[in-house]
Design a protein around this ligand. Structure first.
Ligand SMILES: [Fe+2]
Length: 415
């Protein structure tokens, strides 16, 4: 609710593209998710409003029919006021549910479902940031914060030795089923960029005619370039022959942001850049090893910097409230054992891995992760819109290869 606080009433209801959802929809949908829990497990619970079940369901076949994703902005009802009232009603019902949870025999299962609802809500907090960016970008009243300055130059590639590596979640507090089970993979020796690909790097690709040369593109990517008429990342605008980037803080020449990580690129664009640069995208196993393994201590950490949870000093996540990427080299404390920086936060990083189940995968949540196991690519590391307590090094995000309204960037690898 703090994210939507600066919005005007009109901002809540319109849908500016098929892929985004109006803010009102997120506000209702996250409560709907908790209402499905109340419906199933709270004896005597009465549905708040049958119409809301249709309007606020996203994609769950098991919870009945729903409005098509691209039509979420075609209705003015329920109103924003009614949606907020619904949200308060569900929040209060959940508080009552939680206050009685201890006496239940299935208390542990109930708490894990509540946790699921909270993790789901955090995913929508992040999506809300993407959608508000599409809706308003610099018209949104984002907090003004001091952008950190680069403390050091980050250059070159880390050389990483191959061999057996254990990929996936090692246990602890919470993880999605798609991060499990931890399993052995074999890696060849490889190198990985210490820094994210920057706007400056990407400007060179554009300047070299990258978007007009089929040689760098996957076939489906080349189709997308033509279909979508791509000439640059999303939110880049050409003004008098100069590329400008529009973000939450205004419109700036890309040149002035040359040292910031490039964002809002599709998988196709990331792969084309990598090929042009004589490199490739890392697999998710390569990314994970580069992020967690400490070659000095011969140990795996939970985060690049060690086992401690992220703080604003080592990662640019949502809690930092920067509402944008941090310059390369501005978070030296967050470096991995191999000297790779900004692996957590800033931008989700495309990997070349298909989003598919790990060997031995067991579904823990109906219709949550496993029904998406085809046609999407894995992204790692979180973005400036990811809540600090939501991210893990083993977290597997996934999007279709043409999507780029989310905060997506990349770094390159080499064999
Ligand atoms: Fe959802």
């Amino acid at each position: 609710m703090r994210i939507v606080a600066p919005l005007e009433i009109e901002d809540y209801v319109i849908q500016t593209a098929e892929f985004m959802s109006p803010p009102r929809w997120h506000i209702g949908h996250t409560s709907w998710f908790f209402e499905t829990l109340l419906q199933t497990y709270q004896p005597g619970y009465r549905i708040y409003n049958e119409d809301y079940l249709f309007f606020f369901n996203s994609y769950y076949e098991g919870f009945g029919s729903r409005i098509a994703r691209g039509r979420r902005g075609t209705r003015s009802r329920p109103t924003v006021t009614e949606t907020i009232k619904y949200r308060k009603y569900i929040d209060e019902a959940m508080l009552r549910f939680l206050s009685q949870i201890e006496v239940r025999e299935d208390a542990e299962k109930m708490l894990s479902l509540v946790r699921l609802g909270l993790e789901h809500e955090m995913q929508h907090q992040e999506l809300l940031v993407y959608d508000i960016k599409h809706l308003l970008s610099d018209l949104y009243n984002a907090p003004v914060t001091i952008v950190p300055v680069a403390a050091e130059a980050v250059a070159g590639m880390a050389e990483i030795e191959g061999g057996l590596f254990e990929l996936g979640y090692a246990g602890g507090d919470f993880a999605w089923d798609n991060e499990k089970p931890r399993h052995k993979v074999f890696l060849q020796d490889f190198a990985l960029d210490r820094a994210l690909v920057s706007n400056g790097d990407y400007l060179e690709f554009i300047g070299a005619g990258g978007y007009r040369d089929y040689r760098w593109w996957l076939s489906a990517g080349w189709d997308a370039v033509h279909r979508e008429q791509w000439e640059a990342p999303m939110y880049w605008e050409l003004h008098d022959g100069e590329w400008m980037i529009r973000d939450f803080h205004g419109l700036h020449p890309a040149k002035e942001k040359a040292n910031e990580p490039v964002a809002h690129v599709s998988y196709f664009e990331a792969a084309a850049y990598a090929k042009w640069a004589g490199k490739r995208l890392p697999t998710e196993a390569e990314w994970e090893k580069a992020a967690c393994f400490d070659p000095q201590q011969k140990a795996n950490w939970n985060f690049p910097w060690g086992n401690d949870a992220p703080t604003v000093a080592n990662a640019n996540l949502f809690d930092r409230q920067l509402w944008g990427v941090a310059p390369i080299g501005s978070l030296p404390q967050g470096h991995s054992g191999y000297g790779c920086q900004q692996m957590i936060g800033d931008v989700w990083e495309w990997t070349s891995s298909d989003y598919a189940p790990y060997p031995g995968f067991k579904s823990e949540f109906d219709e949550y992760n496993d029904k998406w196991f085809v046609g999407q690519k894995v992204l790692r590391g979180g973005s400036f819109a990811t809540p600090q307590i939501h991210i893990r090094l083993t977290y597997r995000n996934f999007f279709h290869p043409h999507e780029r309204w989310m905060i997506s960037g990349f770094r390159c690898a080499k064999s």
